[in-house]
Design a protein around this ligand. Structure first.
Ligand code: ADE
Ligand code: ZN
Length: 329
């Protein structure tokens, strides 16, 4: 769907398509446990978040050099541009790479090579969001932030991802305080599989400005009231929720109810290589499954730019919003 939009919840490692994974494996002499791309694709049947994460981290073994990260990000931007993406705020997981001996500089500078040319090559402006793995220790997150200091000019925000249940936001209070002091914006995954209490913690303890997923906020009316009052954006990922079995079928997704409740929701792809679609495909899928009409799709697109970290470039935000308003379906 070509409606102009921003993508605000996208893990760059989750854009690794099987074809690129095999090409990089060959180039880097890495042996993958799957015979070919078809066999790998057949492994994309997940029971929950953890079963997906196991494959997601294993496949990252093919990413080793700056060129690899550059190619990965450039391939994402090319696909995103075809689906109407005008602005992308992109997560990356440094600890998943440094743990394998890939320096953080390789990751960030490799991604930056592609992002720096994103506008000229693909017409997409970008921001980078550095995520901490919540199933690693708070000390490891602090060490990662310290490691990233020479590259902070490339990073807009910090985030929190990986296995949620048992790893509440409060575990990362200190590193979020430090990130804020360094001038970084703050987001966190919360309420994907975890309870509404984790969303409260993300807001009140970590001081996040956006909640990634926030799907389970609907279980807590007081929380919904708070999110509506403060206009806290939620970056929903409907196809991900189905693939990771948080909801059974897309027709049961609460997106419509969330919009009706006055929440500032956006629609995103999360890990598109694994979950069956990029963000334009996701817009199309919610249109079909939930019967959202064109004006509701336009509202989602407007929300994506309203929720974007474009405060340093309000002219650009206004331009993108005007593109949404002028779009003819
Ligand atoms: N890392 C990549 N995708 C994720 C997701 N959907 N939830 C948590 N961590 C992730
Ligand atoms: Zn995510």
């Amino acid at each position: 769907m070509h409606l102009p939009k921003a993508e605000l919840h996208l893990h760059i490692e989750g854009t690794l398509e099987p074809e690129l994974a095999f090409a990089l494996a060959e180039r880097n002499g890495v042996k993958l446990p799957h015979a070919d791309t078809e066999e790998l694709r057949r492994a994309y049947l997940f029971d929950d978040l953890q079963s997906f994460l196991d494959l997601y981290y294993a496949l990252m073994a093919v990413l080793r050099t700056e060129e690899d990260f550059e190619e990965l990000a450039d391939a994402y931007l090319a696909r995103a541009a075809q689906q109407g993406v005008r602005h992308a705020e992109i997560f990356f997981d440094p600890q998943a790479h440094t743990a394998r001996g890939v320096p953080i500089a390789t990751v960030i500078e490799g991604l930056a090579r592609a992002l720096d040319r994103g506008e000229e090559r693909h017409g997409i402006s970008t921001r980078l969001i550095m995520c901490f793995l919540r199933d690693e220790t708070a000390e490891s997150a602090l060490a990662t932030l310290a490691d990233a200091k020479p590259h902070l000019h490339r990073i807009a925000a910090v985030g929190l991802d990986s296995a949620e249940v048992g790893h509440p936001p409060s575990k990362f209070r200190e590193v979020y305080e430090e990130a804020a002091a360094l001038g970084l914006r703050r987001v966190a995954h919360a309420g994907e599989e975890g309870p509404p209490a984790y969303i409260w913690e993300a807001l009140d303890i970590l001081g996040v400005e956006r909640v990634d997923h926030g799907l389970r906020s609907m279980e807590d009316p007081e929380l919904v009231e708070r999110l509506v009052r403060d206009r806290v954006p939620l970056t929903l990922c409907p196809l991900s929720n189905v693939r990771l079995r948080t909801i059974d079928i897309l027709e049961q997704h609460p997106l419509r109810e969330m919009m009706a409740a006055g929440l500032l929701v956006t629609v995103n792809s999360d890990d598109p290589a694994y979950f069956g679609g990029y963000v334009g495909d996701t817009f199309h899928a919610v249109h079909e499954a939930l019967g959202l009409d064109q004006e509701q799709l336009r509202e989602l697109a407007r929300n994506s730019f309203l929720a974007a970290f474009l405060d340093d470039d309000e002219e650009r935000r206004a331009r993108y919003l005007a593109e949404v308003d002028a779009h003819v379906f």
